[in-house]
Design a protein around this ligand. Sequence first.
Ligand SMILES: [Fe+2]
Length: 178
Amino acid sequence: MFDLDQLTADCRAALAGERSVHNVREVVARAVSDPAALISALGDPERGGVQTLHRSSDLTIINVLWRPEMILMPHNHEMWAVIGVYSGREDNILWRRLPDDADRIEAAGAKSLSEGDVLAFGPDVIHSVINPIPRVTGAIHIYGGDFFGVARSEWDPESLRERPYDMDKVLRMFAGQG
Ligand SMILES: [Fe+2]
């Protein structure tokens, strides 16, 4: 049985202790270890979108619904993040800034996530995300700050040059409108 208030309380308790990101990761791992409970609480992932489950200055919990075969350009978060997939797949490409051209990035690695997998990112991580399957992927994303209230960067997918992150554009992409 999934309980959003309990998840939020567990994340808050994890934040209060030492090794907070590690502990939040454990909380998310527990949640996505029972995908059926999450789906019965949040609904079947049928349409793309970003649902805010909790938002405060030091903690954001969102239900991310990746449209079939959706690709999101490289971006950073400026805060730690924990991602747990409860339905479908997420492929993350990890990027790093070029030492001699700090506005540009190069690919540095990849992490594939399936149902039940969890990934933690430090605040400097740059990633892009692919939903590689022809149905919606559902994931719980937890951030150590106000995800919607912080200026961050995205990188143009063609030039790989840094520019300000456009949240409205990203939300339109999730809705299939951009
Ligand atoms: Fe992200």
